[in-house]
Design a protein around this ligand. Structure first.
Ligand SMILES: C[S@@+](CC[C@H](N)C(=O)[O-])C[C@H]1O[C@@H](n2cnc3c(N)ncnc32)[C@H](O)[C@@H]1O
Length: 196
């Protein structure tokens, strides 16, 4: 079975649109088969994004790891007016993210990267709804190694479900970051991590 992060060139394309509104802002995203949450905005992503918008005030660069079609990164670039880099291992997701960046005229870029493989810069914020189904090693790679791509005062924001091991991941990350649970809703936990 293909996962949402598997590149399958033969998968039929069926472009659709997903709408999102936040305060006075309206967004319309192109989506397609073969990507995560292709028909609607994922509840965890929405919770993470809106918690971030209400609590963080970045003035510098933001990195969205596992960006999918670009939901979180594009909304952040538009509303907070900061430069955003978006990466994903899924080619179709990156293609859609690029298309959505152009359609929504935001200061953002999207490119393929397996975890931080193609990342050279450092960021004020790394935000991720991480690919749980890719397995614990990928999850740990994305969350633990974020510290190497953050500025000194940088912040990692992520969401995990309680039944996907949110509590045990929190414990693991406490050796690397000061970890704070900012919000809980419907079994989803949003975390803010700062370097120790
Ligand atoms: C839970 S989805 C979130 C997607 C998107 N941020 C959203 O909110 O709709 C996780 C994303 O991580 C991507 N991904 C999986 N493994 C990855 C890896 N090793 N490096 C980068 N991205 C990866 C998947 O393709 C998927 O788009």
């Amino acid at each position: 079975m293909d996962h949402y992060f598997t590149n399958n060139e033969n998968l039929k394309s069926e472009i659709k649109t997903i709408s999102y509104e936040y305060n006075e802002y309206s967004f319309s995203f192109f989506s397609d088969n073969g990507i995560f949450s292709k028909n609607h905005i994922d509840y965890g992503s929405r919770l993470l994004l809106e918690t971030f918008l209400q609590n963080a005030h970045p003035t510098g660069k933001v990195l969205d790891v596992g960006c999918g079609y670009g939901f979180m990164g594009i909304v952040i670039a538009k509303i907070l007016n900061v430069p955003v880099t978006m990466i994903d291992v899924n080619k179709r997701a990156v293609h859609l993210a690029k298309r959505n960046i152009i359609a929504m005229k935001v200061n953002a870029e999207a490119f393929i990267s397996n975890s931080y493989e193609n990342i050279r810069d450092k960021y004020d914020v790394i935000i991720t709804n991480p690919p749980v189904r890719a397995g614990k090693n990928v999850l740990l790679d994305i969350l633990q190694n974020a510290k190497d791509h953050l500025n000194e005062e940088g912040q990692l924001w992520y969401v995990l479900r309680k039944d996907q091991g949110a509590k045990s991941m929190e414990k693991l990350l406490e050796s690397v970051y000061k970890v704070e649970n900012i919000c809980k809703s419907k079994g989803f936990y949003v975390y803010l991590c700062k370097k120790c």
